[in-house]
Ligand binder design. Structure first.
Ligand SMILES: Cc1cc2nc3c(=O)[nH]c(=O)nc-3n(C[C@H](O)[C@H](O)[C@H](O)COP(=O)(O)OP(=O)(O)OC[C@H]3O[C@@H](n4cnc5c(N)ncnc54)[C@H](O)[C@@H]3O)c2cc1C
Length: 390
């Protein structure tokens, strides 16, 4: 019998991982991507134990880890005073506690590792520069319409891994529009050598202050430090090509500590990204079509779980599709397994928005609680996220 073919729209972290997982489950995969070249915007991504465990099960972890850093610790800092509110060892301690490493990596390195594995897998055909414009169910699956293609692409199923502005989601659920969070994430990477030693350590730091926060961690095997600054912002422009004026950024960090300012002053260039997310969706798919990753559950980045949840989706999707031959039934089981979990993570990430950006007496109360708590208890609170297994 010829192998069954699954089409995936979108070759982001979710689509690439899903292609690998499905090929390993015995499917032929047609992966179509709108961009002519795959290039992730220059910034980092944190991958917690729940994600690295999945990458390990797919046999790509060692490849990913080659350019990643395992932070020795995480620290939450009072952005204004520059003092430590709480923290905990990471490294082997966190790996032992949660059954997988916590790593930080440049997106381009993660994408290159996944892409190399995709290119080495004969069952996956990756077509770049092809935009999915529509699809329809057929008696034996689905026909995909791709811009510039004479014939539709036929497959037994379509997985919309096409991100926040998903064309697949728009066709299935035109009412489910991304909502603007009135915040921007400003991202930059700087050479580690340009920073004082303490700020270039292999430590993930979260600096909290009224209305804004700042995250720093090493990438590129420790050669660079990745910075993410989150500020209030009313400019609803979608995309990464927006260069942000450092003067605009610094307005939100007046009165912050010398160390925070040393980080904020280091980059030559910041990229600004308006933050959008989705409300949890009541359904992800219909018949032979489903969603995966940001297309299904875009969330604010405050728990650093968007890519991790896309990676989890990929593993569960392949697992359910490999169980029996009834593809629509397998897709509904996948959705039933993933929707409650991703909705909980989406809600928790929105909750962090409030907690991180408190001002006035509420901020003082939060900081007192944080100082009194060991950092390990902060990690333990998220055991339901980091300890997840398929
Ligand atoms: C500031 C910031 C920091 C973050 N930090 C973290 C973190 O530390 N850890 C973490 O786990 N997550 C993090 N995230 C979230 C993470 O980046 C996303 O959740 C993840 O990249 C989503 O991957 P995806 O593959 O679902 O979608 P995308 O990466 O958006 O990929 C979608 C792909 O589909 C393609 N496409 C779109 N439309 C079409 C079409 N019609 N036809 C064909 N192709 C199409 C696009 O070109 C793109 O390549 C962060 C997000 C932000 C904004």
């Amino acid at each position: 019998m010829a192998p069954r073919r699954i089409a995936i729209a979108g070759a982001g972290i979710g689509g690439l991982t899903a292609a690998l997982a499905l090929a390993q489950a015995g499917f032929e995969v047609a992966l179509v991507e709108r961009a002519r070249e795959l290039e992730e915007a220059g910034a980092g991504v944190q991958l917690a134990a729940n994600a690295t465990r999945c990458l390990r099960s797919l046999g790509v972890y060692e490849r990913v880890a080659a350019r990643a850093v395992v932070p020795r610790a995480f620290e939450v800092m009072d952005g204004r005073r520059g003092t430590r509110l709480t923290g905990a060892p990471m490294g082997e301690t966190a790996e032992a506690a949660f059954g997988g490493p916590f790593i930080v990596i440049h997106r381009a390195d993660l994408q290159a590792a996944l892409l190399a594995a995709v290119r080495e897998t004969p069952a996956i055909t990756l077509t770049l520069g092809r935009t999915l414009t529509g699809f329809e169910a057929t008696p034996d699956g689905v026909a995909l319409h791709l811009a510039g293609a004479a014939e539709p692409l036929r497959a037994q199923a379509l997985v919309g891994a096409d991100g926040l502005r998903s064309a697949v989601r728009l066709a299935l659920r035109p009412d489910a529009r991304p909502s603007f969070r009135h915040r921007a994430a400003w991202r930059a990477t700087v050479p580690a050598s340009a920073l004082p030693d303490r700020l270039a350590e292999p430590v993930t730091r979260l600096w909290l202050g009224p209305g804004a926060h700042l995250v720093s961690y090493p990438v590129q095997a420790g050669e660079a430090i990745n910075l993410v600054a989150v500020t209030p912002d009313e400019r609803e422009v979608h995309g990464w090509n927006e260069e942000g004026a450092p003067g605009d950024l610094l307005l939100h960090y007046r009165g912050w500590s010398t160390e925070a300012h040393a980080l904020l002053a280091a980059p030559d260039r910041w990229l600004r990204w308006a933050l959008f997310d989705l409300d949890p969706l009541p359904a992800w798919g219909e018949g032979p079509v489903t969603l995966l990753g940001d297309a299904a559950h875009a969330m604010p980045p405050f728990l650093a779980q968007g890519a991790a949840q896309a990676i989890e989706d990929a593993v569960v999707l392949a697992d359910e599709l490999s169980r029996d031959g009834d593809i629509p039934a397998a897709l509904r089981r996948y959705e039933a397994l993933r929707r409650p979990r991703t909705a909980r993570v989406q809600r928790a990430a929105r909750g962090m928005d409030r907690l991180y950006h408190l001002a006035g007496p509420a901020r003082i109360a939060r900081d007192l609680v944080m100082r009194a708590r060991a950092g390990e208890t902060v990690l333990e609170r998220y055991r339901w996220i980091y300890g997840w297994r398929p």
